[in-house]
Write a new protein. Structure first.
Length: 373
C-alpha cells in the first residue's frame, strides 16, 4: 500500500530536514506528512462514507505538536465516545519508531491514564482494562489481541503498546493492499461497535479491580501522587455529589476512586490510625509500613446518604490485621476499633454532610454486603 510506504520511506528524512520540528502545512511536499495528515485520513473517510457512517466519526492524522513525534498516528474517533486522542478509546494507525512496521489498533487514550496515575500504575490499569475489553469482541486472524510492539522509547508509544485491545500488524516488506487494509479497518470498526454496546463511552465500565489491586494502586498514588499532581481537589467543606453508578462486571455499582484512598493514607503518614504503634512489614512501594485503605462507612451503604461517602474523610488507614478484623471479626471485637475511629472522624464526616451515629455505624458491620469497602 503506497500510502504506508510513503511514511516508512520518508518520515525519518522529513524529521531530519525539519530539525525535529513539525510542519503545520497539510500541503507540504513531504510524502510522509501528506500520507499521515491528508491521504490516509481521506481513504478512511471514504470507507466510512461507503458504510453510511462518515458523520459518526472524526478522522485525524498527527505527526506531533511542536516536535516531530516518535510514533506518528492516524486516529478514528467515534464521536459518541471521544473526538480527541486525550480521552476515551478509538481505532488508531500507529507507525513504529524505527519506521519498519505499523499497527492498526483498537486502543486507549494514554493521556487519560497518565493524568490520573503515576506511570507504573497507569500501565497496569491500561493492561488490565485491555485484557477485560478483548473478551467482549470477536475478531479473526490475522488480527491479534493484546500488547503490540512499536519499538517505542517514550511514554506515549509505550502506553499504546500496553493498552492495545485488538490489532493488525503490517511489516514494511509485506504491506497490505488498499482493499485488505480497508477490510481490516472494517473488522476493527465492528469490534469498536461491540465495545460501545457493552460499556458506552468509558472502558472503565468493564474495570472491576480486585481488592488487592485497589490497595496497590492506592499505595502507589499515596507515595507518588503528591509529587506528580495526581490528587483530588475539593472545597474545604460541604457535601460531595454522589458519582453515578457504573456498570462493572455486569452490574451497576459505585466504583471507588483510589485518589481519595491515597490522600487518606498520605495524611495518616502510612500508619495504622487505630494504633500508630502497630507494625506490619515494609511495602515495596516505599520504605514505610504497609497499610490499607478502609471506608469507615462501607460503600455498600451509599444509598443511605445524600452525599458521596467515597471521600477522604470517610477513609482510614489501617494495618492489615485491623482491616481484616473489621471485615471478619466478631462484632464485640470490632466495636473498640470503630468507636475510636468514629470519634476521630465524626466532625470531618459532618463537614461533608455525612451524619451518622455510632449505633448506626455498629449496625453497618453486623452483616456486610460486600468485602469491598
Amino acid at each position: 500500500m503506497r500510502l504506508l510506504k510513503n511514511v516508512f520511506d520518508n518520515y525519518d528524512e522529513m524529521r531530519r530536514e525539519q530539525k525535529g520540528k513539525t510542519s503545520k502545512a497539510v500541503g507540504t511536499p513531504y510524502p510522509s506528512i501528506k500520507s499521515i495528515m491528508l491521504e490516509i485520513p481521506n481513504l478512511i473517510r471514504w470507507k466510512l462514507k461507503t458504510l453510511n457512517r462518515d458523520h459518526d466519526f472524526k478522522v485525524v492524522g498527527s505527526i506531533g505538536q511542536g516536535a516531530v513525534s516518535e510514533i506518528p498516528w492516524v486516529c478514528i474517533f467515534n464521536r459518541r465516545i471521544t473526538e480527541s486522542a486525550q480521552k476515551g478509546y478509538y481505532i488508531v494507525l500507529l507507525f513504529s519508531s524505527d519506521m519498519k512496521s505499523c499497527v492498526l489498533s483498537l486502543n486507549q487514550s494514554v493521556t487519560e491514564y497518565k493524568e490520573k496515575y503515576p506511570s507504573k500504575v497507569a500501565m497496569l490499569r491500561m493492561r488490565h482494562t485491555a485484557d477485560l475489553a478483548k473478551n467482549f469482541i470477536n475478531i479473526s486472524s490475522p488480527a491479534f489481541k493484546g500488547a503490540i510492539s512499536l519499538k517505542a522509547n517514550k511514554h506515549l508509544g509505550i502506553g499504546y503498546e500496553t493498552g492495545a485491545i485488538a490489532s493488525f500488524h503490517y511489516d514494511e516488506f509485506n504491506l497490505p493492499s488498499e482493499a485488505t487494509f480497508l477490510s481490516d479497518f472494517e473488522s476493527l470498526l465492528n469490534a469498536y461497535d461491540d465495545l460501545f454496546m457493552v460499556c458506552g463511552d468509558a472502558l472503565s465500565a468493564l474495570n472491576s479491580i480486585t481488592e488487592e489491586q485497589y490497595q496497590q494502586y492506592s499505595l502507589e498514588l499515596a507515595e507518588k501522587g503528591s509529587k506528580t499532581g495526581r490528587t483530588v481537589t475539593l472545597s474545604d467543606s460541604g457535601g460531595v455529589p454522589i458519582p453515578p453508578k457504573r456498570k462493572i462486571s455486569g452490574r451497576y455499582t459505585y466504583a471507588r476512586d483510589e485518589r481519595f484512598a491515597a490522600e487518606a493514607i498520605r495524611k495518616a503518614e502510612f500508619k495504622c490510625e487505630y494504633d500508630h504503634n502497630h507494625k506490619t512489614f515494609k511495602s515495596y512501594v516505599n520504605d514505610s509500613d504497609y497499610v490499607e485503605a478502609h471506608h469507615l462507612i462501607p460503600i455498600s451503604n451509599q444509598e443511605k446518604f445524600n452525599f458521596s461517602i467515597d471521600i477522604t474523610e470517610n477513609i482510614v488507614s489501617l494495618c492489615p490485621t485491623c482491616h481484616r478484623q473489621l471485615h471478619h471479626g466478631v462484632p464485640i471485637d470490632k466495636h473498640p476499633l470503630l468507636q475510636k475511629l468514629f470519634l476521630e472522624r465524626e466532625n470531618a464526616l459532618k463537614s461533608r454532610e455525612i451524619v451518622v451515629s455510632i449505633e448506626e455505624l455498629f449496625g453497618f458491620y453486623r452483616k456486610e454486603d460486600s468485602l469491598l469497602d
